[in-house]
Design a protein around this ligand. Sequence first.
Ligand SMILES: *Cc1c(COP(=O)(O)O)cnc(C)c1O
Length: 396
Amino acid sequence: MSFQNPVFIPGPTNMPEALRKAVDMSTLDHRSSLFGDILHPALEGVKQVLQSPSAEVFVFPSTGTGGWEVALSNTLSPGDKVLVGRNGMFSHRWIDMCNRHGLDVEVIETAWGDALPVDRYRAALAADTGHKIKAVLATHNETATGVRSDIAALRGAMDGENHPALLLVDGVSSIGSMDFRMSDWGVDIAVTGSQKGFMLPLGLAIVGFSPKAIAVVEQAKLPRTFFDIRDMRAGYAANGYPYTPPVGLLNGLKASTDMLLSEGLSNVFARHNRIASGVRAAVSAWGLDLCASSPDAYSDTVSAIYVPEGFDSTALVTHAADKYGVAFGIGMGDVAGKVFRIGHLGCMTDVMALSGIATAEMCMADMGINVPLGSGVAAAQDYYRNSVGSEIKVAA
Ligand SMILES: *Cc1c(COP(=O)(O)O)cnc(C)c1O
């Protein structure tokens, strides 16, 4: 008997059995041609998930944070100016990394809960007549607040100002779950990791470079060795890595991209939207507020939910773990103690989401928060009954 419940943290996400098996491999010689049969389909699969036929994909043994460093260190030089919005803990940490790399960082401070303000990015770009800004950074989906920003509009603002900066985007908690169009949106570097939309264990930084980003790599002066994409590219050309590759994880990545692409990206995105809409229906039935301040900023992968004044959201998350064996996300940074987060991305179905909603209700009732048992569940059931998912038809 296993007492394993699904997790409702926004990464690492639940792993499908098929992917767990794909990762669990006996040792093979990574210098044999067998490895190329894993590596190249995995890279090609990521390109398709990024919706970018022109991207060059690099996969490092690391995490999403390492992916940020890949992006910065391969394209920028000490003292280069970057423009970046801060609207939560993850954008904050990327800014911290920029500072520690000696970049000249112009921060657009944004309320936690709001989407990144495209108009303020545009104003800063318009004021930069000397084109000192070398890169514009944005977090597509701020996991701390459950807020999605409009990357296509940001690219529109850059083009509107004829600004030549690179557009570097953190898609760690959106890629593979929410629509992310690297080519259409003119994203120059897209960063993600293995443990969120790809439903794998932690351990890979997955980074796509546009031809424009590739073109500046030789001029970039920030120091890099382990994360130098030139070494990685030379490795790939010879069916290998510049060091020992994480073969099992790469086999998992190949299987994961196959799984996402056979479900169909539009079906994957629709499933996440449907599951998230059910969670949001529950939150509204509870009479609680999302941290996300407006519907166009709602994330389809994670919902950050304010507990009523006088209650501690961290205590709620601890209680869920201790009493029910269920993991929710705590609030981070400015919203610590104020929000708890329901992660609903990756390997997730309507029925799994209902169990998370029901557990959150039990925890709130246990803590004396005035939420009638069943109210959120009923609202979500109502939503799910009336929006049957394509993947359920496929499975039948
Ligand atoms: C999880 C996450 C990260 C950090 O990824 P790690 O793999 O933990 O290094 C960065 N950005 C966002 C938006 C995330 O959700």
